[in-house]
Design a protein around this ligand. Structure first.
Ligand code: KG4
Ligand code: ZN
Length: 331
């Protein structure tokens, strides 16, 4: 089954062709970073306009990169929630029109659940049940996954998501946008133990997260330092902040795994590109006898291959969604 996935929930216009829910034939992502960089964050109105301008080209490129024509596509999948309303509407309207014009079935896909499908792409054999962690610009969520595409929500972000905290810390330190990769890069030479930033909600015994206090602790640390920051100090702040985020994510994920008696962890979302997080989850998994699955960076960031993959699974288990569903901005 050839599936064309479409993703426009935030600031990436993406389309991909995936065979049988596993084999990625093409994965086109058109990033809007240059549009939003001068504002230091995403401007929703500019995002939806940019999606409108690029979606047709992006879908065409996904088809040609995948070596197929629209007539070859058996199923369409599109992200309908959560995200920015204007952005979601571009993808949803485009997908509905395409489905109607070509008489192809369409499946609506939840973006957060799609992030957890990314580790399954490429035909990786993953043993279920698993604990799923999604860490992105808008979410940090833990799920119990009984099987591929089966998600029971265990807990999530109370305020700032980890990616948002990375972006805000980068802004405080003047490292540019998007902040996650910049903090990751700057932390390279830093000492992760130099500044004892708080580990919010780490010992709470639940699956909820809060990163806003940690971001504020970084702000106070910087404000309390009256001289300009030297590069070595910036590196130490980045490394210490990152270590605090990673400590919380690792502690909550592995404690959920041990509570549920699960020996598989799957991770998705843009923050899963973070080098320290990847290193830590894999090494701690090894120590605990838990197998940890992280997709490559191109499948961690927003993309449409994960949407096509999950759409295939949903179609096979539940059938098509019809054309009368709405875009939904919140979960
Ligand atoms: O999943 P994603 O592409 O979009 C959302 O669904 O939000 O995640 C984007 C987020 C941004 O906040 C970005 O700063 C963060 O992922 N990110 C990173 C890294 N690369 C991207 N955060 C930490 N370290 C990275 N290397
Ligand atoms: Zn995302």
């Amino acid at each position: 089954m050839l599936v064309l996935g479409i993703e426009t929930s935030c600031d990436e216009t993406a389309a991909a062709v995936v065979r049988d829910g596993r084999i990625v034939l093409s994965n086109v992502v058109f990033s809007q970073d240059p549009v939003h960089r001068e504002y230091g964050g995403i401007v929703p109105e500019l995002a939806s306009r940019a999606h409108l301008e690029s979606i047709d080209f992006v879908v065409g490129k996904a088809l040609s990169d995948g070596g197929c024509l629209i007539e070859d596509i058996d199923l369409l999948g599109v992200t309908y929630c959560p995200g920015l309303m204007g952005s979601l509407l571009v993808g949803v309207s485009y997908a509905k029109a395409l489905a109607f014009a070509t008489r192809t079935p369409l499946v609506k896909v939840n973006h957060i659940e799609a992030h957890l499908y990314a580790p399954l792409l490429g035909g990786n054999g993953i043993e279920f049940p698993a604990i799923g962690l999604v860490v992105s610009g808008g979410h940090s969520s833990l799920f119990y996954c009984g099987g591929a595409g089966e998600y029971e929500f265990l807990g999530g972000t109370r305020d700032d998501a980890p990616g948002e905290a990375f972006d805000k810390v980068a802004k405080i330190l003047g490292l540019g946008y998007p902040g996650g990769p910049a903090v990751d890069a700057a932390s390279g030479e830093g000492d992760p133990g130099r500044i004892p930033f708080p580990r919010p909600m780490m010992g709470g015994g639940d699956c909820n997260f809060s990163f806003s206090g940690l971001k504020t602790a970084v702000l106070y640390h910087v404000k309390g330092h009256n001289k300009p920051l030297l590069p070595g100090h910036v590196a130490d702040i980045c490394a210490s902040f990152q270590e605090a985020v990673v400590d919380v994510l690792a502690a909550k994920t592995f404690s959920a795994a041990s509570e549920r008696g699960v020996s598989t962890v799957i991770i998705g979302g843009g923050v899963a590109c973070n080098r320290r997080l990847r290193e830590r989850m894999i090494s701690e998994g090894r120590l605990r006898g838990v197998s940890v699955h992280l997709p490559g960076p191109e499948l961690c960031m927003d993309n449409a291959a994960m949407v096509a993959g999950l759409a295939c699974h949903v179609y096979n288990t539940e059938g098509p969604s019809g054309l009368d569903f709405d875009a939904v901005p919140t979960v």
